[in-house]
Design a protein around this ligand. Structure first.
Ligand code: SF4
Length: 190
């Protein structure tokens, strides 16, 4: 008996056969199928563990790269805090690197100017150091109400969630003992 099959029916039938073969090959195991799909997505990429820079939760992220370029990011399943999960901000973290609006050089706006200009890192760091020294020397207090204080209240220091334990320790030491700051604040409160 002759059977008439339209082009549309033929394509549908081919798709169904291909899907059935794929399921058979994977042994009807949905988890295995998902794992295989994931391994294709990251095949040939180099994973580097890091911490999400956005908030104080400090979720672990795996950054997958190839040829020095970030290709894909996902929650680190071995990280004790998030166990692979990420919020919507963390999920899009690769845009910190890939966005065409990413600022790669420091910007400087001179006092009284309305224009920002791109400057070199060495110039910017020297400028920050000069300003901090000048402000500290001008505002340093050695005594207050008969008590030795050795402090300045003219500068504040703000840490961020991207800093790790050691960096935060060094920053705190530098600002407290080295500079005499009393206004030291930090965003991360893990
Ligand atoms: S993934 Fe979300 S919750 Fe986790 S650290 Fe980043 S911003 Fe915070």
């Amino acid at each position: 008996m002759e059977m008439n099959v339209t082009r549309r029916q033929f394509l549908k039938l081919s798709g169904a056969v291909a899907a059935t073969l794929a399921v058979v090959e994977l042994g009807f195991n949905e988890n295995e199928a998902k794992a295989k799909a994931n391994s294709f997505k990251i095949a040939g990429l180099k994973p580097t563990p890091t911490i999400c820079p956005y908030c104080a939760v400090g979720c672990g992220i795996l950054v997958y790269s190839k040829d020095n370029t970030v290709v894909y990011t996902e929650g680190d399943p071995d990280h004790p805090i998030n166990e692979g999960a990420l919020c919507s901000k963390g999920t899009t973290v690769r845009q910190v690197y890939t966005s065409d609006r990413r600022q790669e050089k420091p910007m400087y706006r001179a006092a009284g100017s309305s224009k920002w200009e791109e400057v070199e890192w060495d110039w910017a760091l020297d400028k920050v150091a000069q300003k901090m020294k000048e402000t500290r020397d001008r505002t340093f207090q050695t005594m207050e109400n008969g008590v030795t204080v050795n402090k300045t209240e003219a500068i504040a220091c703000m840490g961020g969630a991207a800093l790790d334990n050691e960096e935060t320790y060094l920053l705190s030491k530098l600002m407290r003992a080295g500079m005499g700051l009393t206004y030291i604040e930090h965003q991360a409160r893990i």
